[in-house]
Design a protein around this ligand. Structure first.
Ligand code: SF4
Ligand code: ZN
Length: 103
């Protein structure tokens, strides 16, 4: 269960960073900064101590991100969150359900 949840979160964060980079940085693929952010976010997810009981990162009390990376991912979420509903509706729905389950 935890593996599937983490796997879904990895796909979602990858899609959100990609939408952000294309829309805001005009990149075809990922620019270096966004590629670094993606790598960082995926590593954090792999090491998340909560596993199956993982909250949504935005609601996490620990928040394991460094402040600079946290600021970057917040910008990505703000931009890509609403756009995910149109671009990746099933992924967006699963993300909402996962978030509710953990709150
Ligand atoms: S922010 Fe919290 S929920 Fe998200 S990966 Fe880090 S520890 Fe896990
Ligand atoms: Zn970028």
């Amino acid at each position: 269960m935890a593996d599937k949840r983490i796997e879904r979160e990895k796909q979602t964060v990858t899609a959100m960073i990609s939408l952000y980079c294309q829309g805001v940085h005009g990149a075809d693929g990922l620019c270096r900064e966004c590629a670094e952010l993606e790598e960082y976010a995926l590593k954090r997810l792999m090491k998340c101590p909560f596993e199956a009981a993982k909250p949504a990162c935005s609601k996490c009390t620990v928040h394991c991100y460094q402040p600079a990376m946290r600021e970057k991912i917040k910008q990505v979420m703000r931009y890509s969150g609403p756009r995910m509903v149109y671009r990746h509706p099933l992924m967006a729905l699963a993300h909402i359900i996962d978030g509710r389950r953990s709150s």
